[in-house]
Design a protein around this ligand. Structure first.
Ligand SMILES: NC(=O)c1ccc[n+]([C@@H]2O[C@H](COP(=O)([O-])OP(=O)(O)OC[C@H]3O[C@@H](n4cnc5c(N)ncnc54)[C@H](O)[C@@H]3O)[C@@H](O)[C@H]2O)c1
Length: 379
């Protein structure tokens, strides 16, 4: 069949957890019924031969490289997805931009604020199309919460909570990895791992924190090194950011929560916005359930709605089924490539470099707040 849609040829740098998820999203691109582009995984680069080996089962991949520059020199690759440890983001992202390729960057978009600012400046100079990975806004329930938040009908805004909890680090016998060490993950620790996910929706709504008071915790300070000894585990495990943001003309409390040690939670993203007249609450722990609050006079009600597969980009999947992590990653990829091709329409777009820098500004303020014990103001 002759498909008239333009083809985006993607190269992945970093064939680990997220690189493989990207391959899976392209492998079932046929599930998308209204995306204006085709996508194909063409190349992969990883320093590990074992990581590269997994990609040998993907029939479209024709370039395997242990040096990522081989992908940058390949004229048959249009877009790079880069999913590597945080200390490498800046140098590799800059090389990608200098090569003239577009980029879906992984969060946190540089190991710290200074790196994020340098990357964002090069994005502007290069004129390339660049976005930062953040998939949760593409969950149908999250889209519904965003509509409530942006409706202008909250009444007097009362408060916002945006959170992301994991519990995979609760077992102290889990071996250390790069995400637990400042030199690879960054001083911001859990905020670098999970923070973009809680920042994206508030920032897109224009709710940038004006003031931040942080409570950061290092709960386990060492772990097995996987070789019979122990290794320092020096990143922040949990971060509670008590912020203030302007919402509908009022200064309102807003809490950003990122936790690696939240008992029982497995990749639980949640959001709540409450006003005196209207509000909404959603958590991926109950993926089909949307709660909406309404007040009319003295009458207050919470309505529970069962959601289905109402993803931003339509799919072959029946509307009654529930979406999961691989589905929303594919939706994010559809949004990235559609926006790149000028076909996003009124759908939600991926996080911008400006939003990634803004998230880093909040995390840098949180580090300052933690060390001074005071609230820190932001522009
Ligand atoms: N969007 C999300 O939901 C999500 C989830 C997890 C991780 N991430 C982000 O994705 C990125 C990667 O995380 P991950 O969990 O996939 O890590 P990972 O450790 O599973 O994979 C990283 C891969 O990068 C490779 N690598 C290291 N240096 C390299 C180099 N110089 N050139 C090429 N490859 C190199 C490693 O060999 C490894 O295979 C990080 O920025 C992380 O924050 C995003």
């Amino acid at each position: 069949m002759n498909d008239p849609r333009p083809l985006a040829r993607v190269g992945v740098i970093g064939g680990g957890l997220m690189g493989r998820e990207a391959a899976s999203a392209f492998g079932r691109w046929c599930a998308l019924t209204d995306v204006p582009v085709r996508a194909e995984l063409t190349g992969v680069a990883d320093v590990s031969e074992t990581a590269l080996g997994w990609f040998r089962q993907i029939p479209t991949v024709r370039r395997f490289a242990t040096d990522y520059r081989d992908l940058l020199d390949d004229p048959e690759i249009d877009v790079i997805y880069c999913a590597i440890p945080h200390h490498l983001h800046e140098s590799v992202y800059l090389d990608i931009l200098d090569s003239g390729k577009d980029l879906l960057a992984e969060k946190p978009f540089g190991i710290d604020l200074a790196a994020a600012r340098r990357i964002a400046a090069r994005v502007v100079e290069s004129g390339r199309f660049v976005r930062c990975s953040s998939e949760f806004p593409f969950v149908p329930g999250v889209q519904e919460v965003i509509k409530v938040a942006a409706s202008g009908k909250l009444g007097r805004p009362i408060g916002v909570v945006s959170g992301f909890h994991h519990s995979s680090d609760l077992n102290p016998n889990k071996a250390v990895n790069w995400k637990r060490q400042v030199k690879h993950c960054g001083e911001i620790g859990v905020m670098g791992d999970l923070g973009m996910h809680v920042a994206h929706v508030p920032l897109r709504l224009g709710w940038k924190p004006r003031r931040v008071y942080a409570q950061l915790q290092k709960i386990y300070t060492e772990r097995p090194d996987g070789k019979g000894g122990t290794a320092p585990c020096d990143t922040w495990d949990n971060a509670l950011l008590h912020c203030e943001a302007e919402i509908d003309g009022q200064m309102v409390p807003m809490r950003w929560e990122t936790k690696r040690l939240a008992p029982g939670a497995t990749n639980t993203w949640f959001f709540e916005v409450l006003g005196t007249d209207l509000g909404a609450r959603y958590s991926t722990a109950e993926p089909k359930t949307l709660w909406t609050f309404r007040r009319e006079g003295d009458r207050q009600s919470w309505e529970r709605i069962d959601l289905g597969f109402q993803t931003p980009f339509k799919t072959i999947t029946g509307g009654i089924f529930e979406p999961g992590f691989p589905d929303i990653l594919q939706q994010m990829w559809a949004a990235f490539l559609a926006e790149r091709a000028g076909g996003l329409g009124d759908r939600f777009g991926c996080a911008t470099p400006e939003e990634a820098v803004a998230s880093h500004e909040v995390f840098a303020a949180a580090l300052e707040s933690q060390s001074t014990g005071r609230a820190v103001g932001l522009e």
